[in-house]
Design a binder for this molecule. Sequence first.
Ligand SMILES: *[C@@H]1O[C@H](CO)[C@@H](O)[C@H](O)[C@H]1NC(C)=O
Length: 346
Amino acid sequence: MLPRKISDLLGVEWAPLDIPMSRRLQTLGATAWICLALFGEALAIYLFIKLVYSDYWWLAILYGYWMLNDIEICNKGGRTFEFARNWSWWRYFCDYFPITLVKTADLDPSKNYLFACYPHGIFSSGAYGSFATNGANFPKLFPGMSAHLIVLGGHFLVPFFRDLILALGLCSSSQESILYLLDPKRYQGNCVAIMVGGAAEALDSHPGKYKIILSRRKGFIRVAMKSGASLVPVFSFGETDVFRPIDNPENGILRRIQEKVRVWTGISPMFPLGRGVFQYSFGVVPIRTPVTTVVGEPMEVKKNLEPTSEEIDAVHAEFSKRLTELFEREKSKYLKNHEGIHLVIT
Ligand SMILES: *[C@@H]1O[C@H](CO)[C@@H](O)[C@H](O)[C@H]1NC(C)=O
């Protein structure tokens, strides 16, 4: 006997067969993105080694020589190619969820801004779509501004992969790099987006929960004060819903392994549980669920080259207050069951 519905086959919920082309392209865009995030670096290293042992080994030498000469670029403003941020891949990727970028205030293109983004989620899809690509209309919403998403410096050591992320405007997370991007003598209109909670916060990403790491994160406040750049609270509603829950309670074995790897490498080993390309029951493809990245109002920061810890704490307290206000004010627009959802700051 045939199963009554195709979804009954093998107990798996299959995607219907009559999906429009645009939705298929969106799924392809999201699948390619997660593959890039999970396997892109390993693949790039593999290709580089293949090249070394091929008849074109001299190309590998030339590239390696050039890369070593270019190694500091990730600390010196990067190398954005606007056309790479405009690829239709990113449009499909953003339309998949969809990722929506929302602004609550205009930004001044003669100033630089430090975007302090929350929450990290598993793979920061909202911040990536909004600030590493033009797929969520960054240039239309913020004319005259350039966005730079900040990631760990190690990513810029991977041949070929580094060229892609540099083209998308990404830069390294060193203090030198961020101060360079925010330096008013060098740039105007830079928006430097950092995931303040980082890899540690990713371990606490669970659907419908907003537990963030902020109390002990003061480095970004110091950088804002040193550069005099305004601080902008940014919150991605729905980011934690993009992957399914994974059972990694604190003190559990899995969590202890994740924490160990994070301490060694700076990267948290993640198990993105989402859906598959052709079915909805398992796989690494993110779940089609809306993510809204809301850019809050900028908070002026007085330039202070040598802030004391009391001065830093005062700015930190004011920023924490503004981030909480942004969350509470906006959550009803973008979260279902918002009454029961609160921002937990640790
Ligand atoms: C990228 O897209 C923006 C509009 O979204 C446009 O203004 C710009 O000229 C495009 N740049 C390139 C190099 O395609």
